[in-house]
Structures are given as C-alpha cells and as structure tokens.
Design a protein around this ligand. Structure first.
Ligand SMILES: *[C@@H]1O[C@H](CO)[C@@H](O)[C@H](O)[C@H]1NC(C)=O
Ligand SMILES: *[C@@H]1O[C@H](CO)[C@@H](O)[C@H](O)[C@H]1NC(C)=O
Ligand SMILES: *[C@@H]1O[C@H](CO)[C@@H](O)[C@H](O)[C@H]1NC(C)=O
Ligand SMILES: *[C@@H]1O[C@H](CO)[C@@H](O)[C@H](O)[C@H]1NC(C)=O
Ligand SMILES: *[C@@H]1O[C@H](CO)[C@@H](O)[C@H](O)[C@H]1NC(C)=O
Ligand SMILES: *[C@@H]1O[C@H](CO)[C@@H](O)[C@H](O)[C@H]1NC(C)=O
Ligand SMILES: *[C@@H]1O[C@H](CO)[C@@H](O)[C@H](O)[C@H]1NC(C)=O
Ligand SMILES: *[C@@H]1O[C@H](CO)[C@@H](O)[C@H](O)[C@H]1NC(C)=O
Length: 406
C-alpha cells in the first residue's frame, strides 16, 4: 500500500524534485555571488623582512617580529656565531646569517640591524617575502642619535651638545672618520645602503627614492607609530594583538636635549638626503592610509590598539610604566645602555600565572636578550651568544622548535 502512490502524487513529487534542483541551483549561484562579492578572507603573511633603521622605534618593531616568529613557529635569520648584528655597518651579505641545518631552506623572518643590499638579502629570504622599514623625522632622529652615540661617534664626542654640533658640523665631522661618523649625517640613507655623504642633487635623490619604492612594499613612519602599527596589521593581515607593543629602548626625558629653532632648520640641510627621504615617504604613508583604511577607520583602530595596550600594561606591569635603569629590579630585563641616554625598562608584577608571566616578559624583553634566546632555540648545537644573564624561559626542558618548511 505504501508504495502505490497515485499518479497525481508521483507527478507532484517529480515536480517538487525539479523545483528543488532549480531552487538549489539558484541559491547555490547566489551563495557563490555573495562569496565573490565579500572580500576574500586574507591569510596572515609569514614571510617578512624588516630593515631595522637606527633611532626610529625599530627595537619596538623587532620585538613584535620576535613574538610573531614564536607564535607561528617561524624561522628567523639571526646573526652568525657570537655576533649581535647582521654585519652592520658592512653591506649585508649572506655570510652574516647563521645557517639552518637544512641549508636549502629560506628564512621566514629577518629584522636585526643590517645595511641593506637587495641582491644578498633576496638570497636568504623566500621569493614572496614582504619587505618593510620605518623612518623618523630627521630632526628628532638626529637629537636622539647624538645622545645615544655621544661617546662612540667622533663628530659628536668633540662637540659640547647637539646645538653646538649643528652650528658648525664640519668643524667636528671629518672625512677620515667616515665609518665611525655614519650616525652623524643621513643615517637612514646609509642604512638603506646608499652613500650618506653623497651630494644632494635632484636626479640622484629621485633615483634612490624610486629604488627604495621598488625594494620595499611598505615604509612606516615612527612619528605616527600607532597609525603605522594599524597599517602594518592591515597590510600583513595580522591580528591586533600581533602589533600590540610596549615602547622598547626609549630613554628618560631628562636626557633629551632641546634643539634651538636654528638647529632644527640646519638639520634639514645637513641631513638633506634623509629629509627628502622622510618627506617623500611621509606623504606616501598617508596616501596609503587613505586608499586602504581611511582616516575614520584608522582612528577607531588606533583607539582599540591604545585600549588593548593599556589593558596589557595594567595586567603586566608594576607601576604601569617604564622606569629608569636603576629602578629595573630584574637585571635580566635590563636593556643595553649607551652614551648619555638612560634607556628605560619595565618591572613585571610578581603575582602572575605562569602563562601570563611569560607573555608579559616577552613583550618587555630587550632585543639583545630576545635575539640570544631565539638563537639558542633555533640553533641548539651552536655556542650561545655571550650574554651575562639567562632569561627565565631558557629551560632545557622547553621544546626546541621545529623549523617550518617554506
Ligand atoms: C608550534 O609548535 C608547537 C610545538 O612544537 C606546537 O604545539 C604548536 O601548535 C605550533 N604552533 C603553530 C602555530 O604551528
Ligand atoms: C661578506 O662580507 C665580509 C665582510 O665585509 C667579507 O669579508 C666577505 O668576503 C663577504 N662574503 C661574501 C660572500 O661576499
Ligand atoms: C671622546 O672624548 C674623550 C675626551 O675628550 C676621549 O678620551 C675619547 O677618546 C673620545 N672618544 C672617541 C671615540 O673619540
Ligand atoms: C638629470 O637628468 C636629466 C634627464 O635625465 C638630465 O638631462 C640632466 O642633465 C640630469 N642632471 C644632473 C645634474 O645629473
Ligand atoms: C616624557 O615626555 C613625554 C612627552 O612629552 C610624556 O608623554 C611623558 O609622560 C614623559 N614621561 C615622564 C616619565 O615624565
Ligand atoms: C607628514 O604628513 C602629515 C599628513 O599629511 C603632515 O601633517 C605632516 O606635516 C607631514 N610631516 C612633515 C614633516 O612634512
Ligand atoms: C609555574 O612555574 C613554576 C616554576 O617554573 C613551576 O614550578 C610550576 O609547576 C608552574 N605551574 C604551573 C601551573 O605550570
Ligand atoms: C640555558 O639553559 C641551559 C640548560 O639549563 C644552560 O646550560 C645554559 O647555560 C643556559 N643558557 C643561557 C644563555 O642562559
């Protein structure tokens, strides 16, 4: 009885079947259209090279890259043997990088100090690597450089203060000290691999700017650091937490020298190559923001970033702010000190759970310590970097990371 359906019912079912197919097809097509119309979900970029420039908040960026490297189990190109830099101030070549045991493999990340040299850098990075760097207004950069490198750079050492130096730089800046004086004139130009003593003529400058645009996908601006982090996050398809930071390697306010109005103007001509570089990429930075994120969304996201940063500072820090070197309790986290600058650091709250503690420690770890730690994890068979104090998470029990294939 059950099987003997009336002819009418059979027809009805048949009809339904076809309507079903058609409707299904319709919805299917609609779904495809909707999928096509919504922006494709992006994939976090994991092959990234950062040209670390000097005195540009680049240590803070490097900490972000170090944490990202660990989060995704990536490989990172680190200085070979006992070195702390990738051959700087020599032009980069591949011999400055510690080799992986599997020599055929490229690195995912590179960000320690090096003098840019595209053909050699390309040899250690994957073909689809994202290249970025950061610039800072040369006026503030030169003052910072002066204080930080005061005792190391002959041009600075010979003058009383930054204003005296700028009043007549040629009195202090001598050709024969060229290599030691790189921090005293157009240091960003030098870091990008060009001649910081070159004559500033329009053709040459335009040529170099074009070159940099070809070699780098993005140039951030330290004077707009939070905006830079949001643009970086968007461009690389990273999470907000990937670009949350605590300022690293900053100095106490009392070591900042006040530039006179004349000095500020003089920097624009004394460091005219850097000044042109900065003006050019400051413009393209803001153009990029308008074309991709828009100013309104940018403001919203910058506020999110600051809220999240504040929240993390409350979670992690005693006193919720950076402190001068003498007030850093755990000397393991004491940043490298230099010149007349008093480089600030942080104190972690003592009452944190293990996991929170570790995350908090990583975000405040100065670059030399963090680099040495990554080095000993990635190259367990090599002699460790000569650092005096071991980081707390350097336990031999911790799993050695398995380098990922590119
Ligand atoms: C990284 O490696 C660890 C241990 O080898 C593993 O537990 C973790 O899931 C890996 N994470 C990613 C993002 O691959
Ligand atoms: C790399 O640079 C160092 C120092 O400048 C130099 O001694 C070495 O020969 C260079 N190696 C290559 C392969 O170019
Ligand atoms: C800096 O100046 C001091 C005293 O004038 C001198 O002893 C020292 O050698 C100088 N350092 C450099 C790097 O020129
Ligand atoms: C700059 O380039 C233009 C066109 O390429 C050329 O005519 C001019 O001579 C160059 N000027 C200098 C100073 O090199
Ligand atoms: C240092 O100066 C900056 C900018 O003027 C200010 O925001 C900050 O609160 C000052 N920090 C201290 C510890 O005084
Ligand atoms: C950088 O760009 C911003 C936005 O256009 C502008 O307000 C600022 O004056 C620029 N900085 C310099 C030094 O030109
Ligand atoms: C936290 O770390 C301490 C010291 O390293 C260890 O003794 C303890 O077992 C850890 N606790 C948890 C819950 O993992
Ligand atoms: C890390 O830990 C291992 C084993 O506990 C120890 O031999 C080594 O000296 C430590 N390294 C550093 C840099 O502290």
């Amino acid at each position: 009885k059950f099987y003997s359906l009336s002819r009418y019912t059979k027809c009805f079912l048949f009809f339904n079947f076809f309507v079903g197919i058609t409707l299904f097809g319709f919805f299917y097509t609609t779904k495809q259209l909707v999928l096509l119309m919504t922006p494709r979900p992006c994939h976090a970029k994991t092959n990234v090279m950062f040209l670390k420039t000097h005195k540009t908040a680049s240590s803070t960026v490097l900490n972000i890259l170090f944490r990202f490297t660990e989060k995704h189990n990536l490989t990172i190109a680190l200085p070979a043997d006992q070195r702390f830099h990738l051959g700087y101030p020599e032009r980069f070549n591949t011999s400055f990088v510690e080799k992986l045991q599997n020599k055929m493999q490229n690195y995912n990340i590179m960000g320690n100090h090096l003098r840019f040299n595209p053909s050699e850098v390309h040899k250690v990075m994957a073909g689809d690597t994202f290249y970025f760097s950061i610039l800072r207004n040369p006026i503030f950069l030169l003052e910072s450089s002066y204080v930080y490198y005061k005792n190391m750079v002959p041009a600075f050492n010979r003058s009383k203060d930054v204003n005296e130096y700028l009043a007549s730089p040629l009195k202090y800046y001598r050709e024969e000290d060229y290599k030691k004086n790189i921090y005293a004139k157009n240091i960003m130009w030098f870091d990008f691999g060009y001649d910081n003593n070159a004559e500033d003529n329009k053709n040459y400058t335009q040529e170099v700017l074009k070159d940099i645009e070809q070699n780098f996908h993005l140039i951030l601006i330290a004077d707009y650091f939070d905006e830079s982090m949001i643009l970086l996050k968007h461009t690389l398809c990273w999470d907000l937490d990937d670009v949350i930071y605590f300022k690293l390697n900053s100095r106490s306010n009392d070591t900042v020298q006040t530039l006179t109005a004349e000095s500020r103007e003089r920097i624009k001509t004394w460091c005219s190559l850097d000044w042109n570089l900065y003006l050019h990429f400051n413009q393209s930075f803001w153009r990029r923001i308008e074309e991709t994120i828009g100013l309104e969304e940018l403001e919203k996201e910058v506020n999110h970033l600051r809220m999240r940063q504040k929240e993390l500072m409350e979670t992690c820090l005693l006193g919720q702010e950076a402190v001068v070197k003498t007030r850093i309790k755990d000397k393991t986290f004491l940043p490298f000190q230099s010149g007349d600058a008093n480089i600030l650091g942080y104190n972690i709250r003592p009452d944190l759970s293990n996991k929170t503690l570790k995350n908090c420690q990583k975000i405040i770890t100065p670059e030399l310590q963090y680099m040495s730690y990554l080095y000993s994890r990635q190259h367990p068979h090599k002699k460790r970097k000569p650092l005096h104090r071991a980081l707390p998470w350097n336990s031999s029990l911790e799993k050695t990371q398995v380098p990922r294939q590119n």
